[in-house]
Ligand binder design. Structure first.
Ligand code: ADP
Ligand code: MG
Length: 359
């Protein structure tokens, strides 16, 4: 059989910060950049894996029981293992990966690697699964084989992305919808180049505070709480502020979906700005560098809004910009940021793009 190819994109979180483990909702977009898998069948149950920029070819065998190595091959081998568990019967294969996605930049290269592998293997040894099951299977590979406890957002965005649409994920029901984003709008992602050394407990501490707030309001998760309920329930001030961010984020996501359906994308920009402010004031997961980037980019004509994207405490911001002004905004903001912060920003411009399995 000749070679087959699959492509899975990276993703960026647009709105809905820290909502996933609170049973909430999130908006993301699949990017134009991602990972391509070139695959062919091999005889004798052989597996060969290689990737641009990584020396050598990794040789394995389909019959071997998966054992975590702590290296990149855990992702594709994990996916192959999960596919077999799901009833697929892939024989031997060779896959070569090519990526246009920076590793570890919060754009989810890991999910792109998993989804590209799953789609390639399902084409090579015909096997079909509903798209959400593919996303779940890839998450399971990352959870169980790689040992990273991630939610479903990365894989679902990489599978379900759609050109000029945002992906709406309901983390509790594990359902997705795609919401149109006007064609003239693009996404500008600027990495601050600064990752703050965390003392270790920040993420877990935030999670615990969210769970505590839900307990004190007698709701299963913050998804089920309203801002007025939060206001009227006595609780420690810090816990209340953390919860206010997450409850507000859920509300903002629903508002953004409505705004986009009404054809008013400016409202999405305003909600992104409100989200960043809420991160600064209530969740305290922003940094001076992210704040500087948001304040610089939102001053530019053609920028509708911006916010930190992902976990926070460093990393990147995402801005909603008009495509024809994007390049000029990017160069102005990066230049000014580098001068003022002493750090080096890197920027990526992308339109909302198709996922691995376009609808
Ligand atoms: P992110 O998903 O945000 O990019 P992760 O730490 O979750 O960051 O995943 C990055 C890991 O995924 C890398 O350390 C590497 O093991 C693997 N990976 C990503 N892209 C590639 C690639 N093109 N080839 C091989 N491995 C890759
Ligand atoms: Mg990842």
């Amino acid at each position: 059989m000749s070679e087959i190819t699959s492509f899975a994109p990276g993703r960026v979180e647009i709105l809905g910060n820290h909502t996933d483990y609170n049973g909430g909702v999130v908006l993301s977009a699949a990017l134009q950049i991602g990972i391509t898998a070139n695959a062919r069948r091999l005889s004798d149950q052989k597996i060969q894996l290689s990737s641009d920029g990584i020396d050598g070819v990794e040789n394995h065998c389909r019959k071997a029981v998966f054992a975590r190595s702590g290296r990149w091959i855990d992702y594709p081998l994990g996916v192959a293992t999960m596919l077999t568990k799901a009833g697929a019967d892939p024989g031997g294969f060779a896959i070569h990966f090519q990526s246009t996605l920076p590793h570890g930049a919060g754009l989810s290269s890991s999910a792109a690697l998993e989804v590209a592998t799953a789609v390639a293997l399902m084409r090579l040894y015909p096997f079909s699964l509903p798209p959400m099951d593919i996303a779940r299977l890839c998450r399971q590979a990352e959870n169980e084989c790689v040992g990273v406890n991630c939610g479903l957002l990365d894989q679902a965005s990489s599978v379900f992305g759609k050109k000029d649409h945002l992906v709406f994920l309901d983390c509790r029901n594990e359902t997705v919808d795609t919401i149109p984003l006007p064609e003239h709008l693009g996404l500008l992602i600027i990495n601050s180049g600064v990752k703050h050394a965390l003392t270790g407990g920040e993420y877990n501490e935030r999670r615990e505070q969210c769970f505590e707030a839900a307990r004190l309001m007698s709701v299963p998760a913050l998804r089920d709480a309203s801002l007025s309920q939060l206001d009227s329930t006595p609780m420690p001030e810090l816990v209340k502020r953390r919860a206010r961010h997450v409850v507000g984020e859920n509300e903002r996501v629903f508002e953004a979906v409505e705004a986009l359906k009404q054809g008013t994308p400016e409202a999405l920009g305003a909600l992104m700005i409100a989200s960043h402010r809420s991160s600064m004031e209530y969740f305290e997961n922003s940094t001076p560098e992210l704040d500087l980037l948001v304040s610089l980019v939102t001053k530019e004509p053609g920028c509708f809004g911006a916010r930190l994207s992902g976990g926070g405490f460093g990393g990147a911001i995402v801005a909603l910009v008009e495509n024809d002004k994007a390049e000029i905004i990017q160069s102005k903001v990066v230049k000014e940021y580098n001068i003022r912060s002493g750090a080096t920003a890197t920027a990526i411009l992308s339109e909302a793009s198709d996922g691995a399995i376009p609808a």
